[in-house]
Write a protein that binds this ligand. Sequence first.
Ligand SMILES: Cc1cc2nc3c(=O)[nH]c(=O)nc-3n(C[C@H](O)[C@H](O)[C@H](O)COP(=O)(O)OP(=O)(O)OC[C@H]3O[C@@H](n4cnc5c(N)ncnc54)[C@H](O)[C@@H]3O)c2cc1C
Length: 141
Amino acid sequence: GNDLLKCEAIKAQIEARDREITNAYAKDTQVINIHNARRYIGDRLIRTAAPHRILDPAHGPLIAVKLNILTRKTLGGFETDLDCRIFGQDGKIMPGLYAAGEAAGFGGGGMHGYRSLEGTFLGGCLFSGRNAGRAAAKAVG
Ligand SMILES: Cc1cc2nc3c(=O)[nH]c(=O)nc-3n(C[C@H](O)[C@H](O)[C@H](O)COP(=O)(O)OP(=O)(O)OC[C@H]3O[C@@H](n4cnc5c(N)ncnc54)[C@H](O)[C@@H]3O)c2cc1C
């Protein structure tokens, strides 16, 4: 319903990509990466679909998918200790204030260290919630 997409530009891009996919000396980094991944038998069998021309009628019809941007994780949050108590800007604990989940810092309070891997956030989020709850309960006796 609007003219944000320029069909000619998209068509030219797809045709350029299709030229690369059948080119043994492709310069397109994504195409090269697909070919490289498929050199490993495990990736070829179960992880990387066999590449083909997008405009190959045998693989049609084309469908359009509308994508929306979302925040997957913040990688931010407050600075906390292991009881999930929050440090203020002066570096001192702010009494009575706790954070859990992503709000407790990188990947749920940094429970997995500085190099949290994709897919390891939920555990840290839950664990920091437990720590915060226990520390708060202990604080009020
Ligand atoms: C698509 C996707 C896939 C993911 N896959 C994985 C995965 O496979 N493994 C993994 O470990 N992690 C994964 N994560 C990350 C993980 O899901 C999040 O890190 C985790 O859910 C964060 O939990 P949270 O409780 O800290 O925050 P959230 O789940 O974001 O909860 C925050 C809550 O606060 C509410 N809120 C916000 N503002 C206010 C307000 N002013 N007043 C009241 N309420 C408010 C929100 O509505 C929300 O319910 C994924 C995340 C996404 C988005």
